[in-house]
Design a protein around this ligand. Structure first.
Ligand code: ZN
Length: 322
């Protein structure tokens, strides 16, 4: 089944979803473009390897990348912030917004790059390109009480740790909309399945549950997910995420008690989860199902998820493993 990937799709009068075509797959890593009198803004910018695609997507939406004034980052993982530093060369007026705890990693990405290189080895360049530093004078540091006005929207910054210790979501009260980053999990288009992205080193189920409760209390009409697209059944979506975070946790505890290694634990997650994904693909063709399973794995892979739980339980709940 051939699809023509669309780089830019208008969701609202002032809002576009841009597809970065990460690893040549549509529908895995998005950026959002906001327009309006306070200047063009992007929410998350994807990998350093997909900068040209992102610039093309902005042009496809009818806008000039050089006019972008604000880069709102939800967290500094490479699939969200990887392109930020390099984009500044194409966006002379742009400022980058990031939580206080994440800011040092944008100013000096060497630690992020080093830890990613340990995982990705010689795939580093292909997946992530070069992560350029963001000069300090082009950075705006956010805290939980910050407000940000871009395009024609004002956002309250919600500190929402659990997936990452420096994670924020951007809440637009007037539209009852939240640009969630990864705190609302991964739900690809055409599949009603929420997969928890649980990488090391920050995974914290207590923090994440509290962040989910915080999002639930907003009764939002829409979530905009980087992986991938808008979600309108926000309450059910969050319930599914929370239930699965803990179901996976129980599974990982059982595996860790049997002293399985990370690869064996990842296989347990795949065995439990892939059939559930397959069941929830709207298009029932075998090709569509295989594509969905593949794209979830690209968006958030099982091995990293298993490693996240291993670190979380070993460090924070050794009693659960006894
Ligand atoms: Zn992500």
């Amino acid at each position: 089944m051939a699809e023509t990937p669309s780089l830019a799709r208008q969701l609202e009068e002032d809002l576009w979803i841009l597809d970065t075509l990460f690893q040549d797959e549509p529908g895995v890593i998005a950026s959002y473009l906001l327009t309006g009198p306070n200047g063009l803004a992007l929410v998350d910018v994807g990998s350093g390897a997909t900068i040209e695609t992102l610039l093309n997507a902005i042009r496809t939406s009818g806008h000039d990348p050089a006019e972008v004034k604000h880069l709102l980052i939800t967290h500094v993982h490479m699939d969200h912030a990887g392109a930020a530093g390099a984009l500044l060369a194409h966006m002379p007026q742009a400022t980058v917004y990031v939580h206080r705890i994440g800011a040092p990693h944008l100013i000096d990405p060497s630690k992020l790059v080093k830890s990613a290189a340990r995982i990705y080895g010689d795939q580093m360049e292909r997946l992530w390109g070069h992560m350029e530093p963001v000069p300090e004078d082009r950075l705006i540091i956010l805290d939980d009480t910050s407000e940000v006005t871009v395009g024609e929207r004002t956002f309250a910054v919600l500190y929402t740790p659990g997936h990452a210790i420096h994670h924020v979501a951007y809440y637009d009260r007037r539209h009852a909309a939240v640009f969630t980053g990864d705190v609302a999990g991964v739900r690809l288009e055409g599949v009603d399945y929420v997969r928890p992205p649980t990488p090391p080193p920050d995974l914290d189920l207590e923090q994440w549950s509290a962040s989910i409760e915080r999002l639930k209390a907003l009764r939002a009409r829409s979530f905009y997910l980087p992986h991938f697209g808008p979600v309108y059944n926000t309450q059910d979506h969050l319930t599914q995420l929370r239930d699965r975070l803990y179901a996976w946790g129980d599974l990982m505890i059982a595996g860790m008690r049997e002293e399985k290694d990370d690869h064996a634990l990842a296989a347990m997650l795949a065995e439990a989860s892939d059939p559930q994904v397959a069941q929830m693909v709207v298009d029932r063709s075998p090709e569509a199902i295989a594509t969905a399973v593949l794209r979830y794995e690209i968006a958030t892979n099982y091995l990293m998820s298993a490693q996240g739980y291993m670190r979380y339980y070993t460090k924070l709940h050794p009693e659960a493993l006894a």
